[in-house]
Design a protein around this ligand. Structure first.
Ligand code: Q46
Ligand code: ZN
Ligand code: ZN
Length: 316
């Protein structure tokens, strides 16, 4: 298949967008789309200072790369969590993050949780008895706290994270399964800032995970392939796998799930009591049954149409 923008052979095929591009045009398309999402959701402007949370993974390093290429004022923040997991996870992710920052001449802030608070995340988790054996609850809490502290102390306007569509759809799936109304209402590409809280944005939230992998590879970004060892068996991975099954059968379903949710939220249609609209019903002038249609009810209109149409020859 050919690239949509030139005569070359396409190297990235995006079935869900009905789009195929060569490497060169793919490397243009991702930043263009990111810029479109930044504007559409009013994430930030070129006058604001952005702090991007980088973990050494493909999403956050790619996000940093894209924002710099788009000309935004963006620095990085790496949080040392002190997670080893037999693979030296934190050491390796820090090494790759520093390598990326140095190679591109970018400013990187490094905060080591153990140095700052005396213990690494897994030990803090044990001591505090939160999270039932997994350090993720403490880790999430510490990450949110530290990102916000650094953004506030160093005067950044916005905090950007590399969450992609697969991450967001999995969170949405989980929140929908449990009908967590508060979480659903807070989920989105932008979380407005409040007193003492930086605005949070997710510029990659409409890209599939595999699109970000393709970008990082095409751009030659060296990133850590391993997930955090504690991610194994997590609920979010289970939700991602479930959504991937749906996506295989119906390409695009993940994106529609997420975008239609954003639409419903924007139009105020999320959690609206439909029964409240009963007052708008009136009696159908033909059958007398209640209807919301402007004139005849749908049934009477259907029968009306059927009686005027030519009767088809039924073969029984
Ligand atoms: S929360 Fe849990 Fe992650 Fe922290 S301990 Fe690892 S898996 S890094 S996204
Ligand atoms: Zn091309
Ligand atoms: Zn506090």
């Amino acid at each position: 298949m050919k690239c949509r923008r030139c005569e070359n052979k396409a190297s990235v095929h995006m079935r869900q967008h009905k789009l195929a591009l060569c490497k060169e045009h793919y490397l243009e398309w991702i930043p263009e789309q990111t810029e479109r999402f930044i504007k559409k959701y009013e994430m930030f402007t070129r006058h604001e200072r952005i702090l991007v949370a980088v973990s050494g993974g493909k999403d956050s390093l790619s996000l940093w790369d894209i924002l710099v290429r788009l000309g935004y004022q963006v620095d990085g923040l790496y949080l040392g969590l002190g997670i080893d997991g037999g693979i030296g996870y934190s050491d390796e992710s820090r090494r790759l993050t520093e390598k990326f920052a140095n190679a591109n001449n970018l400013k990187l802030h490094i905060v080591d949780i153990e140095k700052e608070y005396g213990q690494p995340i897994p030990v803090l988790s044990q001591i505090s008895h939160r999270g039932y054996g997994k350090p993720c609850a403490v880790c999430g809490l510490a990450k949110r706290h530290e990102m916000n502290r650094i953004a506030r102390d160093l005067g950044y306007d916005v905090l950007a994270t590399g969450h992609n569509l697969d991450d967001e759809a999995a969170v949405l799936f989980g929140n929908t399964l449990s009908w967590s109304g508060d979480y659903l209402l807070r989920q989105g590409p932008v979380l407005a800032g409040a007193q003492g809280l930086a605005r949070k944005v997710k510029p990659l939230c409409r890209f599939y995970e595999r699109e970000m992998t393709a970008y990082a590879i095409a751009r030659d970004i060296e990133y850590i392939y391993e997930e955090c060892p504690f991610a194994d068996g997590s609920q979010s991975i289970f939700y991602k796998e479930s959504l991937n099954l749906l996506e295989t059968a119906r390409p695009g379903v993940k994106l529609t799930f997420y975008l239609n949710f954003l639409e419903a939220k924007k139009s105020g249609n999320l959690f609206v009591d439909r029964n409240a609209g009963q007052a708008l019903l009136h009696s159908c002038p033909k059958c007398g049954q209640p209807t919301s249609a402007p004139d005849l009810c749908s049934f009477c209109r259907m029968i009306g149409k059927a009686s005027t149409a030519r009767t088809p020859d039924l073969q029984l």
